[in-house]
Design a protein around this ligand. Structure first.
Ligand code: AHG
Ligand code: MN
Ligand code: MN
Length: 335
């Protein structure tokens, strides 16, 4: 049995100019994940379910657990000194860490502390997403928004935690994707899936079909394609939609499939946030032999203009994402 801590130390030499700081940073995320795991698991017993009564900068109602997860992760990251600041779905602006030498931290972290909030109250899998960059501004000065608006291709590490029937932490530092299952009795994450790869082909598509009428033409045609009978490609495909990006992505990674959150007539930029939802998932997808696109462009090449910028998102098995892109090209909007 190999623990996450042991595995990270073993792999440390793979990071360019490794000094152990990224290792320490990942272990802060590990600690945050354990705390969130503990509290999600007793969510029905303590007063932590439901909405907090306030909304975030995107006008979405924040759940109590959204805010709890945000505070716990922020505290874990601040305590270590490697991180000079964070950005979060639950924070309007970047949070610049000050005091205790934080301005000497080399890294910034972007996060979706709790993904799939609408599933919390009904005991369905939720997740945490994180994305790590080296700062651009000089060490020793406070970080600025510029440090957080780097294209996804500059990520040094990214990952997620899925709090499901078991809790798993899945991460990449650009040398493959590795997954660790949490053993609550020991309090450690144990290596359970080394070098995870999407299966060559997939048979699952995940999309909120309730929005069908508002989808672009190409997406409507692609959905119909998924539902057609064809022996050679094993269609019709199976439809699976949990409504937590982390959980839908995780299933597709292990079983083969595509997750789609396209632009809609009412939300032309889609729903998902580029910096802390799409980019980390795109990094993981590519490292696992998959693909991530906004329907046209590689997600990791997009230079974010705003912290909470949204993007249409197509991610999963490479051939399936390419099929979806082809439908978008072949069936443009009618004028
Ligand atoms: P969050 O809970 O962090 O706001 O993210 C929810 C996201 C994503 O996880 C999920 O796949 C999607 O929103 C679901 O949206 P719909 O309810 O519109 O399908
Ligand atoms: Mn989310
Ligand atoms: Mn969230």
């Amino acid at each position: 049995m190999k623990t996450l801590g042991e595995f990270i130390v073993e792999k440390q030499h793979e990071f360019p100019h490794a000094t152990g700081e990224l290792t320490a940073l990942l272990s802060a995320i590990k600690l945050g994940a354990k705390i969130i795991h503990r509290d999600i698991n007793k969510a029905g017993l303590v007063d932590i379910l439901g909405t907090s009564g306030v909304s975030n900068v995107q006008g979405e109602v924040q759940m109590k657990l959204d805010l709890f997860a945000n505070e716990k992760l922020k505290a874990a990251l601040k305590a270590r000194g490697q991180v000079a600041g964070i950005a979060s779905e639950e924070e309007d602006e970047i949070v610049v860490f000050d005091g205790e030498g934080s301005e000497n931290g080399k890294y910034v972290v972007l996060m979706d502390p709790l993904d799939g909030s609408s599933n919390i109250d009904v005991n369905v899998s939720v997740g945490t997403i994180f994305s790590i960059y080296r700062r651009i501004t000089p060490v020793g000065t406070p970080v600025t928004e510029e440090d957080f608006l780097q294209p996804g291709s500059k990520q040094v590490a990214a990952g997620y935690v899925v709090y499901g029937s078991s809790t798993m932490l899945v991460y990449t530092t650009g040398c493959g994707v590795h997954a660790f299952t949490y053993d609550p009795s020991l309090g450690v994450f144990c290596l359970s899936h080394e070098s995870v790869h999407f299966p060559e082909s997939g048979q699952m598509y995940s999309i909120n079909e309730g929005n069908y009428i508002k989808f672009p033409n190409g997406v409507k045609k692609y959905i119909k394609y998924c539902q057609e009978m064809d022996e050679a490609t094993n269609r019709p495909y199976t439809s699976r939609y949990i409504g937590s990006l982390v959980s839908d992505f995780h299933r597709n990674l292990l079983k083969g499939g595509i997750y789609l959150y396209p632009s809609t007539a009412t939300h032309p930029e889609g729903k998902l946030r580029l910096a802390y939802e799409c980019n980390p998932m795109a990094f993981l997808a590519e490292q696992a032999g998959g693909k991530a696109s906004d329907g046209k462009n590689r997600i990791l090449d997009i230079v974010p203009q705003k912290l909470h910028q949204r993007s249409p998102f197509f991610v999963g098995t490479q051939s399936m994402v390419e099929d979806a892109e082809r439908f978008l090209r072949d069936y443009p909007e009618e004028q």
